[in-house]
Design a protein around this ligand. Structure first.
Ligand SMILES: Nc1nc2c(c(=O)[nH]1)N[C@H]1C(S)=C(S)[C@@H](COP(=O)(O)O)O[C@H]1N2
Ligand SMILES: [Mo]
Length: 193
């Protein structure tokens, strides 16, 4: 699938790779085998702040998506297959307040990235736990990463641990360091300077 009609699937300035580069700041986090030290929190502008255990998270309905991903360092990967819980589903657990507009995504180790709340209601935005039919590799975000395929890949936080629901936008780790707030690959929104 990936390579057919590849041309119009490649945003400006990107090069297709069949490899899967690994990029992150800090060390790969390690979790207990039973993931008893893992949870997923939804907090901030919500009716019922929640903290989902691994078991509770895995009871939620899942979906599979096949999407193209685009890294700001200029590689794109076509037709990647992921399974996960729709991000919208965990927001539903917490009940988002009507004033909310943005989400600061929290991840290990001390990583954050910001997205508009509406992004998380898209069908292909997942809290992904499988890549190509296998659990995520530690270096790609095991046990769970956010997948936001319509924005540059730094918004797809690996080792994701929570959504902080906000009324006002708050820039994340790379966004305060000069990466573009919107990160739309089709508009080449790479940096803010
Ligand atoms: N927790 C965490 N997630 C992260 C990062 C990070 O430093 N920490 N880096 C981001 C960046 S800059 C990129 S390009 C992608 C890389 O994902 P990959 O290593 O699976 O290709 O992860 C994103 N998610
Ligand atoms: Mo990146």
């Amino acid at each position: 699938m990936g390579e057919t009609n590849g041309r119009d699937r490649i945003p400006p300035g990107q090069v297709v790779t069949t490899k899967f580069p690994v990029l992150h700041a800090g060390e790969i986090p390690r979790y207990r085998d039973d993931l008893s030290d893992w949870d997923f929190r939804v907090f901030g502008e919500v009716e019922r702040p929640v903290s989902l255990t691994w078991e509770a998270f895995r009871r939620l309905p899942t979906r599979e998506v096949v999407v193209d991903i685009h890294c700001v360092t200029r590689w794109s990967k076509l037709g990647t297959r992921w399974r996960g819980v729709p991000a919208a589903r965990v927001l539903e657990e917490a009940g988002v307040r009507p004033e909310a507009r943005f989400v600061l995504v929290h991840a290990d180790p001390d990583y954050t990235t910001n997205v508009p709340l509406d992004d998380l209601y898209r069908d292909d935005v997942l809290l992904a736990f499988e890549y190509e039919g296998e659990p995520l590799a530690p270096e790609h975000g095991y046990p769970v990463r956010l997948l936001v395929p319509h924005r540059y890949f730094w918004k797809s936080a690996k080792w994701v641990r929570g959504f902080e629901v906000l009324r006002e936008d708050r820039p994340g780790y790379w966004e305060v360091r000069g990466y573009h707030n919107e990160a739309d690959p089709w508009k080449e929104q790479r940096y803010s300077f």
